[in-house]
Structures are given as C-alpha cells and as structure tokens.
Ligand binder design. Structure first.
Ligand code: T46
Length: 136
C-alpha cells in the first residue's frame, strides 16, 4: 500500500567462482522494471534524496559498500542501513526518503517502476504531508 516499505531478499547462486544474484521484474519485485539507475562516486559526506513520489515504486540496493536510507511515511521515521547486495529496500509511493552515510566507493542501484518524470516528485515536504493526509 502507499506509504509502505519492506526489505526484499533476492536469490543467490554461490559456487567457487563467486556469488550470482538475479532479479526479475514481476517475480521478485511487485512491479515490472521500467528504469534502472545507479549512484556512484558519492562523497562520504553527501546527502541525497529529500523527496517523495506520487506514483513511483522503487527498490534500492547497495551493490557495493553501504549507506543509510531514512524513511518517513508522514507519521513516523525509520532507518535502514543497506550493505547486502542481495537485499533491496522496496519503497512504495508517498514515502519521503533521504540517503546519507555513504561508505567510500559505495554503489547504489535503484530499480524503478516508471521512467524518470520530474512531475512525479514531491520536492517540498509540506506538499508531501498534504498528499499523505489526502490519501488517508
Ligand atoms: C530516489 C533516490 C534513491 C534523471 O534525469 N533521470 C533519473 O532517472 C534520475 C533518478 C534523476 N535524473 C536527474 C534529475 C536531477 O536533475 O538527475 C538529477 C539528480 O536527481 P535527484 O536529485 O532526484 O537524485 P537523488 O539521488 O537525490 O534521488 C534519486 C531519485 O531521484 C529518487 O527517486 O529515490 O535517487
């Protein structure tokens, strides 16, 4: 439902050559993947996010290194430290998110349900809170 998050665990195939993890939209994720983007070369003191989405659903992974994701559903805040490349944080619509505490060399990959659309963003926190109140 809108305003919810959950951790999603992907399969891993381990053999002496290393680990292989895979993801199929619609099977491992609750949506079909329409876009993939990734954050890298992130300064360790950087803070990203600071917005919510009207309709977009995403799953956030730390492919390498670690970072913190602060989740705010308009009523309460929670924190996740992502560091396992098998484990993604599913973030539904109407969630304010901030990301910080990036480790040196961290790589964040995001699987998204829609193409990029600036009109889908709430970049103003009060607008986000109004949307949460209207949705409930
Ligand atoms: C989110 C976190 C985890 C594009 O042109 N295409 C894209 O697919 C994306 C994601 C961004 N952009 C442009 C829009 C801005 O001019 O790249 C610039 C930086 O985007 P933004 O400030 O939104 O980046 P983050 O890291 O704060 O947020 C992004 C996603 O926008 C957001 O949905 O959840 O990563």
């Amino acid at each position: 439902k809108a305003g919810s998050v959950k951790l999603i665990e992907l399969p891993v195939i381990t053999d002496p050559r290393g680990d292989l993890t895979f993801v199929e939209g619609g099977r491992h994720l609750p949506f079909d993947i329409r876009r993939v983007y990734y954050l890298y070369n992130v300064p360790v003191d950087s803070s990203r996010g600071g917005h919510a989405h009207r309709n977009l659903e995403q799953v956030i992974f730390a492919l390498s290194g670690s970072f913190r994701v602060i989740i705010d559903d308009g009523q309460s805040r929670s924190e996740y430290v992502l560091r396992n490349p098998r484990q993604g944080l599913y973030v539904n619509r109407l969630i304010w998110r901030e990301m910080d505490m990036f480790s040196q060399g961290a790589v964040c990959m995001v699987l998204a349900s829609q193409a990029y659309d600036e009109a889908d963003y709430y970049r103003n926190y009060d607008d986000f809170l109004k949307a949460v109140a209207e949705a409930s």
